[in-house]
Design a protein around this ligand. Sequence first.
Ligand SMILES: Cc1cc2nc3c(=O)[nH]c(=O)nc-3n(C[C@H](O)[C@H](O)[C@H](O)COP(=O)(O)OP(=O)(O)OC[C@H]3O[C@@H](n4cnc5c(N)ncnc54)[C@H](O)[C@@H]3O)c2cc1C
Length: 501
Amino acid sequence: AVLRKDDQTCRKTKVAILGAGVAGITAAQSLSNASISDFIIIERNDYIGGRMRNTKFGKSPDGTPYTVELGANWVEGLQSKSGNVNPIWRLAQKHKIKNTYSNGSSLVTYDQTGKYDFMDIIDDFDKKWETAMEDADAIKDENLQDTSVRAGLSIAGWKPKKDMHAQAAEWWGWDFEMAVMPDQSGFLYDMSVNKAVFEHFSEDTNLVTDQRGFNALIIGEANEFLKKNDPRLLLKSIVKEIKYGPSGVKVHLKDGDCIEAEYAICTFSVGVLQNDVVKFKPTLPRWKREAIEQFQMGTYTKIFMQFNETWWPRETQFMLYADPIERGYYPMFQSLSATGFVPESNILFGTVTGTQAYQVEKQTEKEVQAEIMEVLQAMFPKITVPEPTAIMYPRWSQDEMAFGSFSNWPPGMTLEKHQNLRANVDRLWFAGEANSAEFFGYLQGAWFEGKDMGDRIAHILNSDGAVADGEGELMRYDVLHGDTFKDEYDEDNGWSITLDD
Ligand SMILES: Cc1cc2nc3c(=O)[nH]c(=O)nc-3n(C[C@H](O)[C@H](O)[C@H](O)COP(=O)(O)OP(=O)(O)OC[C@H]3O[C@@H](n4cnc5c(N)ncnc54)[C@H](O)[C@@H]3O)c2cc1C
């Protein structure tokens, strides 16, 4: 390894883009569109796409493996009648990404006794959800105090209690989309991201089964401004330290190299920022760290299994299982063999989230397979369920590239505090899905934030010093106050002992 000296000569560039996921590539594209070609993209993986990540799995009839998506799999929200188009949907069409309408009504419910119809409970959840949505709107419109999704749903009349069918219905209605429980989700903003995705665009979600991989769309975009073996794209390069200040940013890599830039855009996930794997010099200011530490990463794990035959109901897209004891215990199985997906693939994939995802990450594939076999056998008591010929799943919460799957808005986080997640610190800027107040957790969130930060920096650079100091920079809040004033800590408010010195 090369010895690092502080006065070492670094490769110089105008903008260092940290990460080659959707946000990083979109930011670079914005710079490129604004005629700024002097940038360097630094990425730890050996591919473009970040959490748009796929792998080879199983065998097709001709012996070649299939491509399956470990990360993002759906285009969520396509386009509205009024003309709002999800940029990811636009790119999916432009790059001819193979996708199929994901039909949430193609759902069959099961419990430990086999097929068991609890659609009435799911309908009840959906009804209460509508009420909760109106309540969340009122919180925003009337500036009322926010709460958790758990409390919001309860007020709307949804109380699953210990009914395991209701718990499964709730998992399907909430956790399957958000990867965390309603208890951990902030009411106003988590309801509003659902509205943004499924109302601003459309309620459709399409599952991608393109054998080039879903990330073919972002690789396709990158190829429009990067040449083959472009020296501005550094793959397999791990950022270890980021030194920032009012006049520039110096990025140190694990292999000893360094890059000196006028500006940097860090697109690392909140999970990466929380896990202290990248050192910031100086330490990030308190207002920034508070926002980073409060936002949260969920974990969403898909478990792929291939069988010798499609022994399950081939045309059913979703199979929801209510475990009698544990909420979220192997609750969802999806058929890839259904028409329009990957017919004849004989691939079934399960999904677990939250604590169940952490559980499978700790276990071996063999242990997980044994547990799943028990569940599937309970769901299909009339047949002998065969063992899969292959099983595979990623371990997102441990993966140093992300430390989790996607972000979620926790209770108690305000819009101002979230803005602090977005705000630049001197010449160090931030982008990535979590920074989107409207679309956090989604590909379009990463796209919008990457584009916005790229555009802002391009504007500053292209104005040749003509912009006023601070112009184009992001709003931030050095101090955020609570909503109870000091003189309200009194007996009238039930506070009679003095805890101050
Ligand atoms: C399992 C799963 C399922 C999902 N499902 C969907 C879905 O169906 N639809 C949807 O819209 N969204 C989905 N998402 C979310 C979507 O994938 C993300 O919102 C989006 O890909 C994030 O893009 P990004 O550019 O913000 O971050 P990333 O893609 O994480 O990009 C950041 C990049 O930085 C790199 N990096 C990190 N640390 C370092 C370092 N120290 N040095 C150098 N490089 C580093 C990473 O390798 C990564 O490539 C899913 C995500 C997961 C994981």
